[in-house]
Design a protein around this ligand. Structure first.
Ligand SMILES: [Fe+2]
Ligand SMILES: [Fe+2]
Length: 184
């Protein structure tokens, strides 16, 4: 009888959109924490790679699915645009980190600044009056969006090995920009 809790799941245990996105946030926060403590270069490299991959998938599913649904349902242009601008800043730094390695004197600094950027961004999404609470107050179908996010996430994670080897085709332009800026 204690099943009145607000639906966390849509269908077969798929989390709703906000539950899914928050779980992504907790995962990268954990990895950033491990990176901070890591001393071994291989471990740092592995964690940075995981963080960058996860953030690329996360920002992409938000931009493709969640953000447009949010804008449509709430009309909150300021919140939406700020979030996208923050994503763009993070993506540039992610591209730099991916082209870098623990041998680079600036590697730790880059990861640490990315961590701060993401911390700020997550606060904006999860905080009071932020995107997630506005979403909960709106008519958005969070269960359906959760299913869409999960499906797209699985698809992108499947592709992510290729994403490493080749420049993205038909994708966004973060990579080209970072190449130009490298050691500029
Ligand atoms: Fe997010
Ligand atoms: Fe975001």
């Amino acid at each position: 009888m204690a099943r009145a809790k607000k639906a966390k799941s849509a269908g077969e245990g798929t989390p709703d959109a906000i539950t899914l996105l928050k779980a992504d946030h907790r995962q990268v926060e954990d990895w950033f924490g491990q990176f901070e403590k890591a001393r071994d270069a291989n471990k740092k490299q592995m964690l940075a790679t995981q963080i960058c991959k996860a953030l690329k998938v996360h920002t992409m599913i938000e931009e493709e699915i969640f953000y447009p649904a949010f804008l449509e349902a709430t009309g909150e242009k300021d919140i939406h645009h700020e979030a996208e601008v923050e994503h763009n800043g993070a993506k540039k730094l992610i591209a730099e980190i991916e082209e870098s390695s623990p041998d680079d004197d600036y590697f730790d600094a880059k990861v640490s600044v990315l961590s701060e950027m993401i911390k700020h961004h997550v606060k904006e999404e999860e905080g009071p009056g932020g995107m997630f609470s506005e979403s909960r107050d709106s008519e958005m179908d969070l269960d359906m969006l959760g299913e869409q996010l999960a499906a797209r996430k699985a698809e992108l994670e499947g592709e992510s090995d290729d994403m490493d080897e080749e420049p993205p085709t038909g994708g966004r332009k973060s990579r080209g920009q970072s190449e130009r800026r490298q050691h500029g």
